[in-house]
Design a protein around this ligand. Structure first.
Ligand SMILES: [Zn+2]
Length: 260
């Protein structure tokens, strides 16, 4: 068990006094409780088929208050802007593209550097988490360390400081990541929080309304998804869209892998 006198896992300098740190941003987890009274979610594990959880997973003494604040700055910024896709008033904030195999949208108002840090912060936290729900998700140590160092350098306690700091960010780790969601937000969500690494390079995170595929060896990214790879500083943030049937399939394929 971690103690408040342990060093913060991000900066490794200040004490990790923060309690109740979310591993997955609250924004992603909240849909899982839709329509359940009392509020609960189902967690599937290998040993016990179903466990009820009252809230999305929190852990104590992982981070110092400053690093925790830095993560929340990324989350607040990105969650607000991603969620606007569900709101017609923000129709003009997005460009929609249709391809043969899939559709995607571009977010005109999301800073690409902040979005990348946001994804790194989630992937890194799930990878370092000791919670059994995330035990099948693990980056290799050198990849984990690359993300930690980026977070250590760039996390800032306000959006303004972050924007100033990010002027220095010129290069991202040579990874790939895509984010996919159903065309319309599904309620009930027909999916869950789950995380699994398929091998050393391919890692999948299902966050109720979003699926993130994180790839540490970009040659493994399938051709069709290259167009929505966000691990670069060139394009706008792109979010893949699927129809609800395909969405369920993604979800069940992932559950099958976790329960193997
Ligand atoms: Zn810290």
């Amino acid at each position: 068990m971690r103690q408040p006198t342990d060093k913060c896992l991000i900066c490794n300098e200040r004490n990790a006094t923060k309690q109740n740190s979310h591993i997955i941003p609250k924004f992603f987890g909240k849909g899982i409780f839709f329509g359940t009274k009392p509020r609960y979610g189902l967690v599937l594990t290998k040993k016990v088929n179903t466990n009820k959880i009252q809230d999305i997973i929190k852990e104590n003494y992982l981070f110092c208050p400053e690093c925790e604040k830095g993560i929340s700055v990324l989350e607040t910024y990105c969650a607000l802007r991603l969620d606007r896709f569900n709101d017609l008033r923000y129709y003009n904030s997005f460009n929609i593209f249709k391809r043969k195999e899939f559709e995607f949208f571009e977010c005109k108002n999301i800073d690409k550097k902040i979005f990348n840090l946001f994804i790194y912060s989630i992937i890194w936290r799930v990878s370092i988490s000791c919670h059994y729900l995330y035990s099948k998700f693990k980056l290799i140590e050198s990849d984990e360390e690359k993300l930690r160092i980026l977070l250590k350098i760039y996390l800032e306690t306000t959006q303004e400081k972050l924007a100033n700091k990010l002027v220095d960010l010129k290069e991202l780790p040579s990874h790939s990541h895509v984010i996919i969601r159903p065309r319309k937000r599904l309620r009930p969500p027909s999916s869950m929080l789950s995380a699994a690494s398929l091998n050393d390079s391919i890692h999948q995170l299902h966050l109720v309304d979003y699926l993130i595929i994180y790839i540490t060896n970009p040659t493994k990214l399938v051709e069709v998804l290259k167009e929505i790879d966000n691990n670069n500083l060139e394009n706008l943030v792109r979010v893949g869209l699927t129809d609800p049937k395909l969405w369920e399939k993604f979800n069940f394929d992932l559950i099958n892998k976790i329960l193997k």
